[in-house]
Design a protein around this ligand. Structure first.
Ligand SMILES: Cc1ncc(COP(=O)(O)O)c(C=O)c1O
Length: 404
């Protein structure tokens, strides 16, 4: 069948493919530890599940208003005003099935063929995919380990041209766990204001921060009018399967985004939206407990990886990923990821799943139990010790096993 030419430009998210590969291996009887998937391993808190069940019984089974139920838009506006520290008008909140459509809509609404969109490399692969799909030019902004996985605002400024329309960034970030400082955000905001750019601020991990506080670029002077804030329920409340997200958009984008909803999905599941009100207004202690557990896992995995020959891993301040440089093993991230799955039963992603800058990296999700992470670390260590010249040299120099 002949497909539209634009389908040649669309990319994908290889995490889903990697998970399928790992499951296929498991089906042959192999034991695999999953560190590839970017979703909390916790269940959705019980109060939210109960609210959804009640909503179904109360008849929330009809089409909702396209941009979202008024009570949810109000709850999001109140929560975001408090946490993101800028006054959010409920009319500017657009509820979507998962947060991903906000990326798609932003690009469909703002980027024409020939326009340029600056996106982080490494970064969430959908930014580049959707930019190319709509016919715009995707301009990668390198994010480097040497810079603590924070984007360099001067480098950002150097990439802006008269065709630049949109700048996309993500803090805390997938895949690096990097968190931008207030100073970084102020400098990005300066560039956006000076060069009249729109910003897509992906804040999906804004509640998963271990050190310091999350700062929304929309809270900086003059930025709410040029920022699309993307956030949602998937990560914070362990609700990936519910498909619930939202955007907070400048006033001129409310009608176009709503029209895209009407043209695509009509709206977001009504009973899920009622449950989302409970998520925001009910007790938050389970969120705090999840974040505390993620922090303990982060400490475990960072310590463990840095003790493995050939690995250099920064301690990320947010999200639930690490992005170690594995060049010391002598293998690229892609080759090492492949060997880890086939020979060690550990499923991780190659850094290149997030852009070319990730060539020497792995993306490891620590949304798995501490026991599984500890076993995975042992398996990774055993494989790495068989690989690296340094490790071989130190093995040779070490006393015989019986004397240790
Ligand atoms: C950076 C980033 N943004 C957005 C999303 C999409 O979230 P949702 O599941 O709500 O569509 C993800 C999910 O992995 C993500 O990592």
């Amino acid at each position: 069948m002949r497909l539209a030419a634009r389908m040649e430009r669309i990319g994908t998210e290889t995490a889903f493919e990697a998970a399928a590969r790992a499951r296929a291996l498991e089906a042959t009887g192999r034991d695999v530890i999953h560190l590839e998937i970017g979703e909390p391993d916790f269940d959705t808190p019980a109060n939210i599940r109960e609210a959804a069940k009640r909503a179904l019984d109360e008849g929330w089974t009809h089409y909702p208003p396209a941009p979202g139920l008024p009570q949810l838009r109000e709850a999001i506006a109140a929560d975001a005003s408090a946490r993101k520290r800028f006054p959010v008008d409920p009319e500017r909140v657009i509820v979507t099935p998962g947060a991903k459509p906000i990326m798609f809509f932003a690009l469909l609404v703002l980027a024409d063929a020939g326009d340029e969109v600056i996106y982080p490399d490494p970064g969430f692969p959908i930014y580049e995919s959707m930019t190319r799909y709509v016919g715009a030019t995707a301009v990668p902004l390198p994010i480097r380990q040497e810079n603590g996985f924070r984007l360099d605002p001067d480098e950002l400024a150097s990439l802006v041209t008269p065709r630049t329309r949109l700048v996309v960034f993500n803090s805390p970030a997938n895949p690096t766990g990097g968190v931008l400082s207030r100073d970084d955000l102020e400098r990005i905001a300066d560039v956006a204001r000076e060069r009249d750019l729109i910003v897509l601020a992906d804040e999906i991990y804004s509640r998963i921060v271990y050190e310091g506080e999350h700062v929304s670029i929309a809270s900086l002077p003059g930025m709410a009018e040029r920022t699309i804030v993307l956030d949602g329920f998937s990560k914070t409340y362990a609700m990936t399967g519910w498909r619930l997200g939202y955007g907070i958009v400048p006033e001129p984008l409310v009608a176009p985004f709503t029209r895209l909803i009407i043209n695509s999905v009509s709206g977001t599941s009504a009973h899920s939206q009622v449950a989302a009100v409970e998520a925001l207004t009910g007790p938050q202690d389970e969120v705090d407990a999840m974040v505390a557990e993620f922090r303990a896992r982060r400490d475990l995995i960072v310590r463990g990886l840095n003790a493995i020959p050939g690995f250099r891993c920064l301690q990320p301040s947010g999200a639930f990923y690490v992005f170690p440089d594995v060049s010391g093993t002598g293998l690229s991230g892609a080759r090492l990821a492949d060997r880890l799955l086939q020979q060690a039963g550990v499923s991780v992603l190659a850094g290149t799943a997030f852009g070319q800058v990730g060539r020497d990296h792995l993306r490891i999700s620590y949304a798995n139990s501490q026991a599984n992470i500890a076993t995975a670390l042992e398996r990774i260590r055993a494989l790495a010790e068989r690989l690296t010249p340094d490790a071989r040299a130190s093995e040779a120099a070490a006393p015989p096993v019986s004397a240790r």
